[in-house]
Write a protein that binds this ligand. Structure first.
Ligand SMILES: C[S@@+](CC[C@H](N)C(=O)[O-])C[C@H]1O[C@@H](n2cnc3c(N)ncnc32)[C@H](O)[C@@H]1O
Length: 278
């Protein structure tokens, strides 16, 4: 029973990653461009999920480069491998199962490492452990970059409702309550410093969408509404729940994604540092 449930959760999770691609990929491309990958270099995508960013990284690196995608989930790794085989980049990427806290690579294996929505997430473990492990496998002078989804405005015209939905969601997640401020993703500069990285910097990457929305972005936004707020509807005040459903249910005559004025944005916070030279 537990195994069945686990499999169902995993499939749902995988579906969500696939669905989110049209929304997230343009922002991730911006972040990769800002990262300025050295041509022909060798990199690691830690916590690669279904491998879609591993492929984007390889595409930007050009033919001489290679990216290894690593993920804890064997199912995700298998999916990533299938995705790569269907692409023109199959020789420039490879995938393996592993834990970002105990990376199965020799010291100085990579020129750089990258991680999106993985390192720094409370469920992945103590961030300092992952940061030190990444510093070990990247050569001195090489860059480590971690990105995390950090905010969004998805209900234009309803700022108070959106603020209340977010407040209700935060009280229910381990991302806010009872967490030390230093452990929060937005404090990642401190992790870079503590792990001995040089030149830690931060920037914000913004994803923007507006009407008319194509089908992929529309499906991704519907999935995101559900992911952010769907499961805590019982905790919403009744008036907020009704308003939430009126705006986010595709069957509602007031479905917000049908508005010709629809505009939304979300941010990724991106932290970078260089492995200190010996
Ligand atoms: C939110 S997903 C992000 C996936 C991908 N980076 C993306 O942005 O599409 C988080 C991923 O981290 C993986 N993960 C969680 N803990 C991990 C760990 N300790 N080591 C490696 N991967 C881990 C999960 O299996 C999942 O694929």
């Amino acid at each position: 029973m537990t195994e069945q449930l686990h499999l169902m959760d995993l499939e749902t999770y995988l579906d969500k990653l696939v669905l989110s691609q049209p929304l997230r990929d343009p922002a991730i491309r911006q972040a990769i461009r800002a990262f300025e990958l050295p041509d022909g270099s060798r990199g690691l995508d830690a916590g690669c999920g279904i491998g879609s960013h591993t492929l984007l990284l390889a595409e930007m690196l050009g033919p001489g480069g290679h990216v290894i995608g690593l993920d804890l989930s064997t199912e995700f790794v298998a999916h990533a491998q299938r995705l790569a085989e269907q692409s023109s980049l199959s020789t420039q990427v490879s995938f393996r199962q592993g834990n970002v806290n105990e990376l199965p690579f020799d010291d100085n294996t990579f020129d750089w490492a990258w991680s999106v929505d993985c390192v720094g997430h409370p469920t992945v473990g103590e961030p300092l452990t992952a940061m030190q492990t990444l510093a070990r496998v990247v050569r001195p002078g090489g860059q480590v970059v971690i990105l995390g989804h950090s905010s969004q405005m998805l209900l234009p015209g309803y700022p108070l409702l959106e603020a209340r939905l977010n407040a209700t969601a935060s009280t229910m997640t381990l991302l806010a309550e009872g967490m030390k401020p230093e452990a929060h993703f937005l404090r990642a500069l401190g992790w870079f410093r503590e792990a001995g990285f040089a030149e830690p910097t931060a920037r914000t990457v913004v994803g923007t969408v507006h009407a008319p929305l194509d089908d992929g972005v529309r499906r991704a936004l519907i999935s995101l509404f559900g992911m952010l707020w769907g499961e805590m509807q019982s905790k919403m005040a009744q008036a907020d729940r009704e308003e939430y459903r009126r705006l986010t249910d595709p069957e509602s005559p007031d479905f917000i994604l049908d508005s010709p004025d629809y505009y939304a944005f979300f941010t990724y916070s991106m932290f970078e540092g260089r492995v200190a030279r010996e």
